[in-house]
Design a protein around this ligand. Sequence first.
Ligand code: 5CU
Length: 388
Amino acid sequence: MSPTSKLLVDIHTHVYLPRYAALLRSRAGAATVPFIRTSTTSEGLAEDRLLILDHEPSGGRPVGPQYWDREEKLKFMDKHSIDISVVSTANPWLDFLPASQAHTLAAELNDDLEQYCSTGPSVSSSTQIKRLYGFGLLPLVPEITTSVLLDIVNQISALPHLRGLIMGTRGIGNGLDDGALEPVWAAIEKAGLVVFLHPHYGVDSSAWGDKDNGHVLPLALGFPFETTTAATRLILSGVFDKFPNLRLLLAHSGGALPALSSRLASCIDHDPVVASRLKHDARYYLGKLYLDAVAYGPEELGFVSDVISRSASYASGASASKVPNRSTGSKRMLFGTDHPFFPPLSVTDKWKSVTENLDAIASVQGWSEGDRDGVRGGNALALFNLQG
Ligand code: 5CU
């Protein structure tokens, strides 16, 4: 085993637990996604296909045990020398279910994920640190009651291998800046759970035009822009002033938010109503965030760490230097793979979607070896309290 300072920890890695996959299969004839259906290949073989996004190209993507089987997750981890994975249910979570079914299933899937992690292997025989931890699920759907949401936050915080929860951007129907969610943020903050904010819906598909670009535009641009909007709305709602210890982890390196944060700050400055809601300059709140390092390029990672590092200088009344310090910013960035999405299209040993992110971390200018080790795993060990 590597010393804990050198562990590789994947914080963006998904699963459809068997119970969830069974639900998707049971919806094979549904008029709307998500579902898994069996189709016949040109060779006459049966093949399962996953449809989760609107307009899935080619009748959906092939789906198999890599989406639900723990052994497949561990094999993938071994292949890429990943010591620990903090696993989350993939989109669209429970969003499409009626409230009572979402409630029951959230509780069951949280128990299933605890079992998946707790009965899995440890990092080595000399440590109690497991190879698998998880993000639980809240039944964030319209008509759910606050007391149900609070019960499920309590359930997750009592399950020892669940260290956070994953959520989409819709909240209970009105987005994450909905005042009705305040008790939920309070409970999550109190429990010390990490919220992993992840996209699913993208942006209005009319933005993509008529050319067939497959899923490139929704995934490359729509997903990150959905996260950008949701995180910005949360910031504008004053959530970090009310819950300063809330730990929010943004998928895909925060989307466009780092690049737009000074523009955002300027627009707020010119809008006295919005400005009066916030205690600090918008750029201050970026330093409250954690971001995955799923950006695929060293320049982007370096830039994001610069932006995050300036946070303190934008605290109200601060006189700190605005010179970016990449090392400081790197402390809030964490390696991820997005497995089992983005598999290689031809048979290769390692997945390009993984090696590209690792290469990017290895070559950011201005990060020390300690900073790189932090992004590869040390920051995750601290954030999720995985010290053993
Ligand atoms: O390729 C995709 O569709 C996805 C997805 O749906 N969710 C995700 O996390 N990554 C890629």
